[in-house]
Design a binder for this molecule. Structure first.
Ligand code: UDP
Ligand code: MG
Length: 139
């Protein structure tokens, strides 16, 4: 039976540092199946829209600037309990608090430049998947 889905982005810091391959290997090893994937460069308008839920937060401007600073890799991942298991795999938002061996502990620089995104609910996973991919781009 197919598992459920989450949306990840390998963020500009990790792409610049050459960590795409290592992060994808980590994700595959943890049992996630790639359903959709692309390298893209977010426009300011797209980054603002993706993170609109944070628009009143003090870090919003910096976050949008960072997320448009270079290319990202967006992907939809499938596994039973995908959202929760992927949040565990990536670790806490601030890499200083991320459990050892998590993707953020291994590859994030700081609370802003933190290597990867992971959806926080099934509902947002569906919204974020559709944000990056059309139905015919998901397999
Ligand atoms: N962020 C930041 N400063 C903060 C908190 C968050 O720059 O104090 C950035 C960081 O890149 C984070 C993103 O905003 O991944 C979204 O924040 P959220 O609280 O949703 O964290 P996440 O769900 O990514 O762990
Ligand atoms: Mg979040």
């Amino acid at each position: 039976m197919a598992g459920n889905r989450t949306l990840t982005m390998i963020k500009p810091d990790a792409v610049k540092d050459g960590h795409i391959g290592a992060i994808l290997a980590h994700i595959n090893k943890a049992g996630f199946r790639l359903v959709a994937m692309k390298m893209t460069h977010l426009t300011t308008a797209k980054a603002q829209a993706f993170y609109a839920v944070h628009k009143e937060r003090p870090f919003y401007g910096e976050l949008v600037e960072f997320m448009t600073s270079g290319p990202i890799v967006a992907a939809v991942l499938e596994k039973d309990n995908a959202v929760e298991d992927f949040r565990k795999l990536i670790g806490a938002t601030n890499p200083a608090d991320a459990a050892p061996g998590t993707i953020r502990a291994l590859y994030a620089k700081n609370v802003g430049e933190n290597a990867v995104h992971g959806s926080d609910s099934d509902e947002n996973a569906a919204i974020e998947g559709a944000f990056h991919f059309g139905g015919t781009e998901m397999f």
